[in-house]
Design a protein around this ligand. Structure first.
Ligand code: NAP
Length: 360
């Protein structure tokens, strides 16, 4: 049986990607896409890859219309907007899958610190489930409100969580250096996205204080085994660069083995294998040779796959963890669809199993 789905703000890159994925989903009838600017215009008027494929037109956002037309609604609005509209959508009985950062953090004080405003409905921070299927599958099944993880955050967490869960590393000084393509900052134009500024560059844009630091720390701290005698804390130093790509994120994390554990590649391989062997979209890359022996965003562009690998540095007891994903798919709309599948008891991979391009 098909469910009826809508997307608010489908003119943006995240919303547009959700349209791309849901249009081919066998159990979805996508029948409501909204915009403030382009009401009455065809989706393909701004997403030309949909010419001759979809006759969907943008409509205005209206709670009654959403209630009438949808069972589930995706919010692809900028942060700060979803918290104003999600409560009414939940009230009329819709499942809400929010792609923005509005419901990702559990603590309203941390929200205020990173987003520089009071949350308008902090009660929903408790109710929302963080939308990373691999970490929250059971809670997602029962959720009405999903807060899909941030793109940089997903990439950092996917690289690190097996190590923290297995209690192998020092958690109080983790350095994550993340590189992203330009679609990560959305479709709206600003000075820093201007071609002469953005192209041919590795732009350091947020060296400290990046908002995703908060959700990475929140989610990794939850994984620390509770029976520990020592006082563990997760502290992340997160820095982000913009690189000359349209899509794709590569997060490189630098972590150190616990001092009482001997450096051992076998333990690491076993840990990553165990964490990801049953996860349909997570691929642990463990090749000794070859051009693509480490994760590279090029391989997963346009797909819901996420590649994770590591290299050991016995010079200083360091593990260099790499994680590559497509910010618009596994970093947003793909995980949102995976969550929708889980909520509805559809096969988790439904509509998401396509392979990437090679060469590209
Ligand atoms: N881009 C990514 O890689 C990515 C990754 C993870 C998460 N996200 C999250 O996804 C959300 C959308 O990001 P995006 O990259 O798609 O941004 P975007 O390309 O700038 O699109 C956002 C859309 O939201 C609509 N909008 C803007 N202000 C609004 C308001 N006040 N009320 C209602 N609608 C408004 C606009 O559509 P109209 O003017 O047509 O209404 C706009 O096209 C953000 O919260 C972002 O953090 C994005």
């Amino acid at each position: 049986m098909k469910i009826n789905v809508g997307i608010v703000a489908a003119t943006g890159y995240a919303g547009g990607e959700a349209v791309r994925l849901l249009s081919n989903h066998p159990n979805v009838n996508l029948n409501y896409i909204t915009s403030r600017r382009l009401v009455g215009k065809y989706f393909h008027s701004i997403f030309p890859n949909f010419r001759k494929i979809s006759n969907l037109k943008f409509e205005d956002f209206d709670i009654e219309k959403a209630k009438e037309k949808c069972d589930t609604i995706f919010l692809a609005t900028p942060h700060g907007v979803s918290q104003d509209i999600a409560p009414s959508l939940l009230e009329v009985g819709l499942k809400v899958i929010d792609l923005s950062a509005d419901f990702r953090l559990k603590d309203k004080n941390v929200y205020r610190k990173y987003y520089k405003k009071e949350h308008s409905i902090p009660k929903l921070l408790d109710d929302a489930v963080y939308g990373l299927p691999e970490l929250h599958r059971e809670e997602i099944k029962k959720a009405d409100l999903i807060a899909v993880a941030g793109c940089h955050a997903s990439s950092a967490i996917y690289g690190l969580y097996p190590l923290i869960k297995a209690d192998l590393i020092q958690t109080d000084k983790i350095i994550v250096d993340s590189k992203t393509g330009s679609s990560g900052s959305g479709a709206s134009i600003n000075e820093s996205s201007h071609h002469p500024i953005r192209s041919n560059s590795i732009r350091p844009y947020k060296m400290t204080g990046h908002r995703h630091t908060a959700e990475i720390e929140q989610e990794l701290a939850r994984l620390i085994p509770s029976n520990k005698s020592r006082d563990y804390k997760v502290k992340i130093g997160f820095s982000a660069h913009g690189v000359n790509l349209v899509r794709g994120i590569l997060s490189t994390s630098h972590v150190f083995f616990r001092e009482d554990i001997e450096l051992n590649e076998k333990i690491l391989i076993k840990t990553y294998r165990a964490a990801y062997k049953d996860e349909p979209f997570m691929r642990f890359i463990n090749q000794k040779t070859g051009l693509f022996r480490l994760p590279d965003p090029k391989i997963i562009i346009g797909t819901n796959y996420c590649d994770v690998g590591f290299q050991l540095d016995d010079h200083m007891n360091r593990i260099v963890v790499l994680c590559a994903l497509d910010n618009l798919v596994k970093g947003t709309a793909g995980n949102a669809v995976q969550c929708m599948n889980i909520i509805n008891n559809f096969p988790e991979t439904m509509g998401l199993e396509f392979v990437g391009f090679f060469p590209l």
